[in-house]
Design a binder for this molecule. Structure first.
Ligand SMILES: [Zn+2]
Ligand SMILES: [Zn+2]
Length: 492
């Protein structure tokens, strides 16, 4: 099958079919350095990987979806959210640093744990690995020995790919200093692959030996290439910066083949997620939306749709406000008709009418014709809508049904009051949302007023504001006795 030029086939199936030309048994890898809050830019990587993983399974290949947390990477600098005292940990592997907030077993856990919980909530099943555990368990021992012995060859490959010049005393391995705990200030002074030790000297003045197992880490480009073979990775999405000419994927390809005897995985470079009006998301610059927020707001299906409807090589422009409501509508459109499915937009209105009262919410949904038998599902969706209202919704979609007649209703014109009286009479009959909406237009016409003024009168009577949710749909979801009473009260 040749898929490349066929735009009707989903991109993940195109990739999966290309991958299957190489491998029937696959490991799709994703991962991150958990050095700060993990934002939805990183979620793109995981969802992209999951999409291809699922396509592989669908097309009959074997596949596993793994997630490697780079917990053995050094702390790069004292980020804004860290106390100044963390200066002493800069250069230390983040798995070995305490939690700056004091609540978890380590720095990495503080950021990794909520992310993994969020993936669970989004029903994304991954097999997690932690780099520090892999190194400490000896999984990298063979690769480290190979890399130390092939130092010159590796330096040549990296130099020729990146155009840099590796220093003469460089080694592809960073020992962890026993005195200061850093791996960015040490250099290798010798090694013995027989006794599996590495000699080093550190800028702090310390020198000595560390074991190959758990005593340090391969440098970044080499680590990545070694990992592919160790974990059997055959497919990997990564930010497009790693895919540029001379970048880590380019050197990784050669290192994998020429040093470790393994073919680099099928690459899926992906673009950034841009936050509307704020540019590229970046946890170090504070331009973020947390993954935790996103899984509180979007259903697992909508979350995947947000990411996978755009090809990996294209930007996703993300606006969590009104545009997100429209986007979820688009997703929901594909699912209307499913039993018990309540569109997000409707749920946003329903939870505002119900104000946290579940019995009331069920009533609102039932009056609008939704099946509410799956209470757990209804509660989950209602929770999504409530979180969105709290975190991202613009004021224009927010409203609150007034329990007493709003004072502003007194200032409605006589025409408006007459029309509301007529509407109260009409409400004695049963209505579908659409027909009731038409009825409002008919009443406006018969009382010789612009429909806009009648809509305004309805919103002022119920909400005390000049606008609100689409009237026909809004009214049928409310209690009819309440409506009739209110409109009569206003019309008097
Ligand atoms: Zn913590
Ligand atoms: Zn040191």
């Amino acid at each position: 099958m040749e898929f490349e030029e066929n735009a009707t086939i989903p991109w993940q199936d195109v990739i999966a079919s290309n991958v299957m030309k190489r491998h029937k048994k696959n490991v799709v890898a994703t991962g991150i350095t958990p050095s700060g809050h993990i934002h939805i830019g990183n979620l793109r990587e995981v969802i992209t990987a999951e999409a291809v993983h699922k396509s592989l399974l669908k097309l009959g290949a074997e596949s596993r979806l793994i997630y490697v947390a780079d917990t053995y990477d050094p702390l790069r600098r004292v980020y804004d959210f860290l106390p100044g005292s963390f200066e002493k940990y800069v250069g230390c592997p983040i798995s070995e640093i305490p939690d700056p907030f004091g609540c978890c077993s380590s720095y990495t856990e503080h950021f990794l744990h909520p992310f993994l919980k969020s993936l669970e909530k989004a029903k994304i099943n991954i097999e997690p690995y932690k780099a520090d555990e892999l190194y400490k368990s000896g999984a990298f021992d063979g690769a480290i020995k190979t890399a130390l012995s092939a130092r010159d060859k590796i330096a040549n490959i990296i130099d020729s790919v990146s155009g840099k010049t590796t220093p003469a005393d460089w080694y592809p391995f960073n020992p962890i200093c026993e005195n200061c705990g850093r791996l960015t200030t040490t250099r290798v002074t010798g090694f013995d692959t027989e006794s599996e030790i590495v000699e080093y000297a550190c800028e702090c003045g310390q020198s000595g030996t560390v074991p190959i197992q758990g005593g340090g880490k391969l440098t970044w480009r080499v680590d990545w290439a070694a990992r592919w073979g160790i974990l059997g990775v055959t497919v990997e999405p990564f930010g497009k910066d790693h895919a540029a000419a001379g970048s880590s994927y380019d050197s990784g390809k050669r290192l994998a083949r020429e040093i470790f005897g393994y073919e680099a995985p099928y690459p899926i470079p992906f673009e950034h997620i841009l936050l509307k009006g704020k540019g590229k998301m970046s946890s170090s610059r504070g331009v973020t939306i947390s993954v935790e927020d996103m899984v509180e707001v979007l259903s697992p299906g909508a979350l995947r749709y947000l990411i996978t409807r755009v090809k990996p090589e294209k930007h996703i422009e993300f606006d969590p406000g009104l545009a997100m409501l429209k986007f979820v509508d688009e997703h929901d459109e594909l699912h209307t008709g499913e039993r018990g499915f309540v569109p997000f937009r409707h749920m946003v209105n329903a939870v505002q009418i119900a104000r946290g009262d579940f019995k009331q919410l069920k009533g609102v949904l039932q009056r609008s014709g939704y099946d509410t038998s799956d209470e757990e599902d209804i509660m989950r969706r209602a929770g999504n809508a409530e979180e969105w209202l709290k975190k991202f919704a613009p004021d224009i979609v927010k409203f609150s049904v007034q329990e007493k007649m709003p004072p502003s209703a007194k200032s409605l014109t006589d025409k408006q009051k007459t029309a509301l009286g007529e509407l109260a009479e009409s409400l004695e009959k049963e209505w579908t949302a659409e027909d009731l909406h038409d009825e409002i237009y008919r009443i406006a016409e018969s009382t010789g007023m612009d429909a806009k003024n009648l809509f305004r009168a309805i919103y002022i009577s119920l909400l005390g504001s000049k606008s609100g949710p689409r009237a026909g749909w809004f009214l049928v979801s409310l209690d009819m006795d309440f409506l009739i009473k209110r409109f009569n009260e206003v019309s008097r």
